[in-house]
Design a protein around this ligand. Structure first.
Ligand SMILES: [Zn+2]
Length: 52
């Protein structure tokens, strides 16, 4: 059995789940924030396309 730590969403600070203590997660996002993130990325890509 491993020790675990709570993973917290970097955006809204909501606990997402648990991972093993010695493993890392870069920029963990909860489902909600991951959705908003991909949505805003799509929006900015459209904006860039319009400028060009
Ligand atoms: Zn979140």
């Amino acid at each position: 059995m491993y020790d675990t730590k709570i993973v917290i969403c970097i955006n809204c600070k909501k606990p997402i789940g648990e991972i093993e203590l010695d493993s890392t997660m870069d920029n963990p996002l909860c489902g909600q924030c991951a959705l908003e993130e991909s949505f805003s990325m799509t929006k900015s890509r459209i904006k860039i396309a319009q400028v060009m």
